[in-house]
Write a protein that binds this ligand. Structure first.
Ligand code: NAD
Length: 354
């Protein structure tokens, strides 16, 4: 993975030097097309056989069977063959959809991720998970398909809406919380510079995050064990997102920020984590401007039964029992398979009332 400012304009040469000359087709969305597509197209035209771009509507709804079908056909019409490249240029939505299309196109063509949101640079472009949503839930159809190259240009983040940048930051902080207390402490000192696109701290934050994720994924690609730690805050967070209908009411990273705070308070209630640590987590997210409590979700409040039902739909459920990622403290998450359901209900009652 290549990370740094100004890589987009060099991407054609970077791709050819690492993957050889090949035909390439871009998949992107309208927001990226408005700000950055010219620059990427110019770079690809300079150094290879550029076949064109498919520009899709931004938003989660694009990760659908319908879009997958028309995208796959358009990529075939471009004449992309087995040795060619699909370039996924966008946030996690484009990365997941284009990566999945690449996984099934001619039984698998190579793809390059050029992630453009902070969340995509530190999370969705790493690890090889691709997929789409269905009415039954998010990401339930997909494939593991590793990108051949990931190019993360930190300059491109400057056009990302501020709220999206903060939401992506929640995933950065997650790597500190789950396994690297020093990184979390560094973020407490440097988060403002990271959010303000200061090149060195931003690059450091992305590199540290990617290294953490790649390390975990490398040891457990298909999520038999340790990879589940990456879901810190996600069992709760996914339920909050689902409650809001995956809408702008609550972005993924915002849901995860609340979810991580709830996971730390749950750990505190179960006696595995100190109050000091769980308070520190919430204080940090508050400082960054991220929500930390269910009560901060705009609109009607969820009830315990609804949240439990939504948590039960999480695909990490095995034999009716939910898996929770809990913490012994900042930088020390662990997997708990056997939490009593009454403890979860009691926790959620308290969280909703708070
Ligand atoms: N595959 C994985 O391992 C993995 C991990 C985490 C999340 N995801 C998926 O990622 C998706 C969320 O990703 P996301 O937060 O990047 O959402 P997104 O792709 O919807 O991007 C957020 C918004 O920002 C815009 N945008 C992106 N980059 C921009 C830029 N540089 N300038 C201006 N606008 C820009 C997009 O057009 C969109 O409107 C979800 O579908 C989630 O399921 C996948």
């Amino acid at each position: 993975m290549l990370i740094g400012p100004g890589l987009l304009g060099q991407s054609g040469g970077l791709i050819v030097s690492r993957l050889g000359a090949a035909k390439s087709g871009i998949v992107t969305d309208e927001n990226l097309a408005r700000y950055h597509l010219d620059s990427l197209e110019g770079a690809l035209r300079l150094s290879g056989d550029y076949a064109g771009a498919v520009v899709l509507k931004p938003g989660e709804a694009t990760k659908s069977f319908r879009e997958l079908e028309s995208l796959s056909e358009r990529l075939l019409e471009m004449g992309l063959e087995r040795g060619d490249l699909v370039i996924a240029f966008g946030g996690g939505v484009i990365g997941d959809l284009a990566g999945f299309a690449a996984a099934i196109l001619r039984r698998g063509v190579r793809f390059v991720q050029i992630p453009t949101s902070l969340l995509a640079q530190v999370d969705s472009s790493v690890g090889g998970k691709t997929g789409i949503d269905t009415p039954q839930g998010k990401n339930l159809i997909g494939a593991f398909h590793q990108p051949s190259l990931v190019i993360a240009d930190t300059e491109v983040l400057k056009t990302l809406p501020e709220r999206e940048m903060r939401a992506g930051y929640a995933e950065v902080a997650k790597y500190g919380l789950l396994g690297n207390a020093d990184f979390f402490a560094w973020l407490e000192q440097n988060w403002q510079a990271v959010i303000a696109f200061d090149a060195d701290p931003l690059t450091h934050a992305i590199e540290t995050s990617v290294k953490a994720k790649a390390g975990i994924v490398g040891r457990d690609e298909t999520e038999q064990g340790e990879r589940a730690l990456l879901n810190l805050g996600h069992t709760f967070g996914h339920a909050f997102e689902a409650w809001c209908g995956y809408s702008d009411r609550l972005l993924h990273g915002e849901a995860i920020a609340i979810g991580m705070c709830v996971a730390f308070r749950f750990s505190e209630a179960l006696g595995s984590c100190s109050k000091d640590d769980s308070d520190r987590v919430a204080a940090h997210f508050q400082a960054v401007g991220l929500p930390t409590r269910i009560g901060e979700i705009p609109g009607n409040k969820p009830d315990v039964a609804a949240l439990l039902r939504l948590m039960g739909q999480d695909k990490k459920v095995r034999k009716g029992k939910l898996t929770f990622i809990l913490a012994r403290g900042i930088g020390s998450a662990y997997i708990a398979h056997d939490v009593a359901p009454e403890r979860v209900s009691r926790l959620l009652e308290g969280e909703i009332a708070a």
